[in-house]
Design a protein around this ligand. Structure first.
Ligand code: NAI
Ligand code: MG
Length: 526
């Protein structure tokens, strides 16, 4: 009965599109912040997952993980460092060199991945609650969008497992030439805290489908759900050592993984600054290839033909989704001068209506920021915006006195050279800029060190075509935003990263191509 209820919930949410929600009647922010809902979730796994077993850190150390609604400790988690990374890499190495995983048929690997996806589906409500508790994202978003998306990603990659193969190549001469697409070996993966489960899926899915083994370093803010699903993967039949999960901090555990001589590939999502460090560590150690998915300052361009109400709603979603903690957030809202005043007025009204509060409560659109560091960072940008010539339309401060809640904020009259228009704020802060014509907005939208994504809002096909080709970004969403199907590639131009995740393109990150050349008949020298 429960399983049926969950699966119907999942299939409903897969067919629904953008998670726009409305303020519930009679909701009081203050009351919800004072009395946070206590989720009914038992925290079972807090140790490191190495070689199929939960173990303490070699140092015996633990670190606290917090509830961002209150700043209170949820649990203490084993703190992995270089010693634990060494143990995890040794396990992954052995599982790759001697274990069954790379040698079993691709179909068998796919079956294990599918069994895992089924188990996640069965536990999805508990996992969504744990994700909300540890991250602060709304339960609605975690349960109805992210868990189904997580499951879908693994279905997608299970589908690839037995379709990965090389080519036969016509060479000049009497040779039979074939390419073998082999797993690259031990993959090191470092993920951030904004989408703990989704980032797990983007990294682990393709690596396993290709037959690699993994050491995953989760973000120090959000270690809990990865350990939970790590356990489910082993229940599904994953051999020991194939997926090792080390919780811990970046400069200790993360750096040890990026610089490890026995790690064959590193994949990272996070800040551009740390991405550069990871690339440097990879280069200085064994020249392992790196995939980097980094920061962004994505333009969202509202053209003169826009239906303003719809443009306001989509631009609002593009920025405020997930508390504004998205690498691809539409954080520069460029609006054509002919609709600018109306847009600013309505965008402000929309932000004022945004429901902020306990993310477990239904109807809530915005929970707390992840931690005190990110919270303080956003507050600094609010101050910077207020000190500039930008006009504060609403918000501009924290909300309440507990936890890491920030008022939905809108600045208008933002200029390109202001800090709030240049830096990744990673918070619920919308910056609205005015433009006159397409050439101008193309040039301004591209004048950034980033190039992750862009949004375009227009009914005019020529405008859509012109903008989508001219914008230097890895994704251009036209009249939509944050569409994240497994089959759609994602990644950045410029300092937003190197390589593409999801989709068929992601498989290349986890494969070696070997050319095998054999004479067709005995040559003269034999
Ligand atoms: P970060 O890039 O420092 O952390 C991301 C991951 O890298 C975490 O697992 C962390 O432990 C690890 N890490 C940190 N230092 C490392 C090192 N020296 N070697 C190896 N791994 C290391 O991001 P942080 O500090 O959490 O947030 C800072 C800013 O980064 C945010 O305000 C936001 O602007 C951006 N960010 C972007 C994300 C994205 O999705 N592209 C996700 C998270 C943050
Ligand atoms: Mg950092």
């Amino acid at each position: 009965m429960a399983a049926r209820r969950i699966s119907s919930l999942l299939s409903r949410s897969l067919s629904s599109s953008l998670p726009f929600s409305v303020r519930p009647k009679g909701y009081s922010t203050a009351a919800a912040l004072e009395n946070p809902i206590i989720p009914n979730v038992e925290i079972k796994h807090t140790q490191l997952l190495i070689n199929g077993e939960f173990v303490d850190a070699a140092s015996g150390k633990t670190f606290p993980t917090y509830d961002p609604r209150t700043g209170e400790v949820i649990a203490h988690v084993a703190e992995g460092d270089a010693q634990d990374i060494n143990l995890a890499v040794a396990a992954a190495r052995k599982a790759f060199d001697e274990g069954p995983w790379p040698k079993m048929t691709a179909y068998e690997r796919a079956r294990i991945i599918l069994r895992f996806a089924d188990l996640v589906e069965q536990h999805s409500e508990e996992l969504a609650a744990l994700e909300t508790w540890n991250n602060g994202k709304t339960f609605q978003q975690a349960s109805k969008a992210e868990l189904p998306m997580f499951v879908r990603k693994f279905h997608y990659y299970a589908g690839w497992a037995d379709k990965i193969h090389g080519l036969t190549v016509p060479a000049d001469g009497p040779y039979h030439v074939q390419t073998l697409h082999e797993p690259i070996g031990v993959a090191g993966q470092i993920i951030p805290w904004n989408f703990p489960l989704i980032m797990f899926a983007w990294k682990v899915g393709p690596a396993l489908a290709c037959g690699n083994t993994i050491v995953l370093k989760t973000a120090e803010q959000t270690p809990l759900t990865a350990l939970y699903v790590g356990k489910l993967f082993h229940e599904a039949g994953l051999p020991p050592g194939v997926l090792n999960i080390v919780s811990g901090y970046g400069p200790s555990a993360g750096a040890a993984l990026a610089s490890h001589m026995d790690v064959d590939k590193i994949a990272f999502t996070g800040s551009t600054e740390t991405g550069k460090t990871v690339l440097e560590l990879a280069a200085k150690s064994n020249l392992k290839p790196a995939t980097l998915e980094l920061g962004g300052k994505s333009p969202f361009i509202v053209c003169e033909d826009a239906d303003v109400d719809k443009a306001v709603e989509l631009a609002h979603f593009a920025l405020f989704f997930n508390q504004g903690q998205c690498c691809c957030a539409g954080s520069r809202t460029y609006v054509h001068e002919s609709v600018y005043d109306e847009f600013v007025e309505k965008a402000t009204q929309r932000a004022k209506r945004r429901t902020v509060g306990d993310p477990f409560k239904s109807g809530i659109e915005q929970g707390p920021q992840i931690d005190t560091e990110q919270f303080q960072k956003v507050l600094r940008y609010l101050k910077s915006g207020m000190e500039s010539n930008a006009k504060l339309e609403c918000g501009g401060d924290r909300l309440g006195s507990k936890g890491f809640f920030i008022q939905p904020t809108v600045f208008s009259n933002v200029q390109d050279d202001m800090l709030i228009a240049q830096d990744e704020i990673f918070g619920p802060v919308q910056s609205i800029l005015k433009f006159k014509d397409l050439d101008e907005v193309i040039q301004r939208a591209n004048t950034t060190k980033y190039g992750l994504a862009a949004g375009v809002f227009t009914q005019n096909l020529n405008t859509a075509n012109t903008l989508s080709r001219a914008l230097r970004a890895g994704t251009v969403w036209v009249n939509c935003f944050d569409v994240f199907d497994a089959a759609i590639p994602f990644g950045g131009y410029k300092m937003s990263g190197i390589g593409r995740e999801k989709s068929v393109y992601s498989l290349n990150n986890y494969l070696q191509v070997k050319a095998v050349v054999t004479p067709l008949k005995n040559p003269a020298w034999l």
